[in-house]
Design a binder for this molecule. Structure first.
Ligand code: GLN
Length: 502
């Protein structure tokens, strides 16, 4: 008998990879090397990685192999490679946040999330490209050039975590980490045909996550399947005394939920406000089919109205810039990274100004100016104060909706991946990419995007967004797992297998 031909290592999911390593069918070093080779082969085209840590990855993989050889127990993700968004600090490994400001900066410490990954035996391949300081929806705001969408390299992979999503879709890594302040995990997931989850605010530590908007920022898992995302979610979530907003409560049973594949008896709300003008027809078509599928699978579907959601975008674009103007004040040319014009003839103030002029890109400057203005004493109540009130209204809309349904659903983003360059000079058009994702950041609850097919007009992936109450992240996985299983059954394969070869 001949052995069945197994798919190449780079196509394996995280659960499958960890299983094969644990059984000794393959070594962690072989797995790491296969992914490093893939990065070598395709990343010049994709530009998902800002830094590849070949030595670190192979050393971590060797450590897993040694543990196994000694008969020690391996965790559920031991030896699985991962692409880490370059906004988390990594001891001894460059962290740039996609900015010239931090070019060459080597953090002296690991983020809590980084530590947890290492403790789980996850093999960190390198750091991924992103919009500068996580501000953007296309990864075009990176100081290190845009990332291409593996479905069509002339299109954006979403943002700000475009590098992490592209690394998954290009089979450069089976797992990735993103951060979601207004949609930067979910929108890249949607436009690349991958799964992305924004966990409940406060459930994944922000310690060592370079701050953009502290009351909104949340790290989370990115993967090619719902189960893999759940495994990663479990590895990174949980209380951290080093983060003052960290929730001290047990992590919801997301892995168990991902395996249930049963939505019978669940009540699902379709958000009325997330449709209409500006929504691409193929996106709406796939979304409506997904709603129908949920009905067929035994869920009860109702329409709900969340009237304040239409105010979410303007509220976000006051709150996020306000917080960023304060957070980014630390880049003063004295503490980290770049320093321009320090030739002995200039004052510290002049050096700071010259460094910020050279080190920050246009979008970052735009937001710092906007935020500084919104926080100024004469305008504080009119802008920041009002935005915070809108935030409360949005939370109330969610509370009212969740009184009657278990989860809400919507398209993740109004359109599929747009061409690189199309919205680069039009901030308002760029901001619209997060129309459906921002309310959950403002309210702090949990949300997922998962692929539900291609838009017929452009053959590009469409994402379904599932939204759950705070600390009910397991519901995302229960619904997502059921939808994914039904679609894969129907198609006979996963959506990513339809992506053109790179
Ligand atoms: N696109 C949004 C912004 O530009 C969200 C970014 C994010 O989630 N990091 O702010």
């Amino acid at each position: 008998m001949t052995e069945p031909i197994r798919t190449p290592i780079i196509k394996w999911g995280a659960a499958e990879t960890a299983g094969a390593i644990a059984k000794g069918e393959v070594s962690a070093v072989e797995v790491a090397q296969a992914h490093l080779d893939r990065i070598d082969a395709v990343d010049k085209k994709v530009n998902a990685f800002l830094h590849v840590d070949t030595e670190g990855a192979l050393a971590a993989a060797r450590a897993v192999d040694e543990k196994r050889a000694k008969g020690e127990e391996l965790g559920p993700l031991a030896g699985v490679p991962l692409a880490l968004k370059d906004v988390f600090t990594t001891k001894g490994v460059p962290t740039t946040c996609g900015s010239k400001m931090l070019e060459g900066w080597i953090p002296p410490y690991d983020a809590t999330l980084t530590t947890r990954l290492k403790d789980a035996g996850v093999v960190i391949l390198g750091k991924t490209n992103m919009d500068e300081f996580a501000m953007g929806s296309s990864t075009e705001n990176s100081a290190y050039g845009p990332t291409g969408n593996p479905w069509d390299l002339t299109r954006i992979p979403g943002g700000s975590g475009g590098g992490s999503a592209a690394a998954l879709a290009a089979f450069e890594a089976p797992l990735a980490i993103g951060t979601d302040t207004g949609g930067s995990i979910r929108q890249p997931g949607a436009v690349t045909g991958t799964v992305g989850v924004k966990p409940t605010y406060g459930s994944v530590s922000r310690y060592g996550l370079v701050a953009f908007s502290s009351s909104l920022d949340q790290g989370g898992p990115c993967a090619r399947s719902v189960l893999d995302a759940a495994l990663l979610h479990e590895a990174i979530a949980g209380h951290d005394p080093l983060d003052s907003t960290s929730i001290d409560a047990p992590v919801p049973a997301v892995v168990e939920a991902a395996r249930m594949r049963d939505v019978r008896g669940m009540r699902i709300g379709v958000v009325k406000e997330f449709s209409g003008e500006g929504y691409q027809s193929g996106v709406m078509q796939r979304f409506e089919e997904s709603v129908e599928l949920l009905r067929e699978l035994g869920a009860e579907v109702v329409e709900v109205s969340c009237p304040s959601f239409t105010l979410a975008l303007p509220a976000y674009y006051l709150i996020a810039p306000s917080e960023c103007s304060s957070n980014l004040a630390r880049f003063d040319a004295m503490r980290y990274g770049l320093r321009v014009g320090d030739d002995g003839s200039r004052s510290a103030e002049e050096v700071t100004a010259l460094t910020r002029e050279a080190g920050f890109g246009d979008e970052v400057k735009r937001r710092i100016i906007l935020g500084t203005y919104a926080l100024s004493s004469g305008y504080y109540d009119a802008y920041y104060g009002s935005a915070q009130k809108v935030r409360t209204l949005i939370s109330r809309d969610f509370d009212a909706a969740f009184a009657g349904v278990d989860v809400l659903v919507s398209p993740t983003t109004p359109t599929t991946a747009f061409p690189i360059g199309e919205r680069a000079d039009d901030p308002m058009a760029m901001y619209l990419a997060d129309l459906c994702t921002i309310p959950s950041n403002l309210a702090g609850n949990a949300a997922m995007s998962l692929p539900v097919g291609l838009a017929p007009e452009d053959n590009l992936p469409v994402g379904l967004q599932i939204i759950a109450p705070a600390m009910a992240d397991d519901r995302l996985y229960r619904v997502g797992g059921a939808v994914e299983a039904a679609l894969n059954d129907k198609w006979g394969h996963t959506l990513l297998e339809e992506a053109p070869a790179l």
